[in-house]
Ligand binder design. Structure first.
Ligand code: FES
Length: 321
């Protein structure tokens, strides 16, 4: 677990939209919080022992508070339900300092920000930053319906409201996101940022890659990842390069669990293949990548993997541990 000893108090918990709540967090020591940049998230240690990552969605120039938005996800493994049900105003939470795996490319001539559902949280922070910087950008925000759209009024009241288009699944055809128009032609210097649920991301990034967007102009962060279990998941062995020790990873086990059983701890945070905390070098063998952290090119290189969720296509993986 990577949560540092930054203690914050929940000073405001508010219903932001249907099934979405925001939590405003301030330092219990009444000091400025560590600075953050657009796209940053914090690890939050939940009352039920889980750790989850939440993007900061307030203006990154603010140092007196962190604002996070949390969707109550029916498919949750306990993270979002714990935030909604167990965390109340006045509670103290342990969080990490902000980390940014989803930064803005400051050299961009134009930025296209696309949010799906609760994926709006880092995207909104980016819009705030780009607006303050006077940069060229547009934002597209796709949700199921206006009642499920977090920050609707905040965006409509913002200085950049004119650059935001809302796309509601239950709205008229004319306002739906026109992918072809958004992604074609690929313009040099234009960077695309996408955050949302996996299906949305796969749809959008797949279309962008098909339209010829180079990876260097694509930026994304997955949300609410689900690790796909497959009937093909077999047991395999991992070998620790330092000691030569070999451990069997059973069909129902993760590599992290199998290693923990012999006393080898790998630092983890999300345990969903999203954050990259557990990233481990692979010296031999072919991983079966199930993460959403590595780019397709990085996965193809097969020299690192996320043992919290990824498995092995070969009978043996030799790890740099
Ligand atoms: S712990 Fe987050 S990717 Fe493995």
């Amino acid at each position: 677990m990577n949560v540092s000893d930054l203690r914050v108090r929940v000073v405001r918990k508010a219903a932001e939209a249907l099934d979405i709540s925001t939590f405003e967090l301030v330092n219990v020591e009444e000091r400025a919080l560590p600075a953050f940049s657009a796209g940053s998230h914090i690890d939050v240690q939940l009352p039920n022992g889980l750790t989850r990552q939440y993007s900061l969605c307030n203006d990154p120039t603010e140092s007196h508070r962190y604002l996070i938005g949390v969707l109550r996800d029916p498919g949750s493994r306990g993270g979002s339900a714990a935030m909604h049900d167990l965390v109340q105003e006045g509670d103290v939470l342990h969080v990490s300092a902000p980390k940014n795996h989803f930064p803005l490319a400051h050299e961009a001539a134009h930025s296209v920000l696309v949010a799906g559902g609760i994926g709006v949280t880092p995207i909104l922070c980016m819009a705030e930053r780009l607006a303050v910087a006077g940069a060229s950008f547009e934002m597209h925000y796709c949700t199921r319906s206006p009642e499920r759209t977090a920050f609707l009024q905040r965006i409509r009241d913002s200085s950049f409201a004119g650059r935001v288009q809302f796309h509601f699944d239950d709205g008229p055809e004319g306002q739906k996101l026109q992918l072809h128009r958004l992604l074609s032609p690929v313009r040099p210097g234009t960077h695309l940022y996408v955050c949302g649920p996996k299906g949305f991301m796969d749809w959008l990034l797949g279309a962008a890659r098909s339209a010829g967007w180079p990876e260097s102009q694509l930026h994304y962060e997955f949300f609410g990842a689900e690790i796909v279990k497959s009937d093909d998941d077999q047991s395999f062995e991992v070998k620790l390069a330092s000691s030569g020790r070999v451990v069997t990873v059973g069909r129902e086990q993760t590599v992290v669990q199998a290693l923990a059983a012999i006393g080898v701890e790998v630092a983890t945070s999300c345990e969903q293949g999203v954050c990259g905390t557990c990233l481990t070098r692979v010296l031999e063998g072919e991983p079966d990548h199930k993460d959403m952290y590595l780019t397709p090119e990085e996965q193809e290189a097969n020299d690192q993997f996320t043992p919290c969720c990824s498995r092995s296509k070969s009978k043996l993986l030799v790890l740099d541990l």
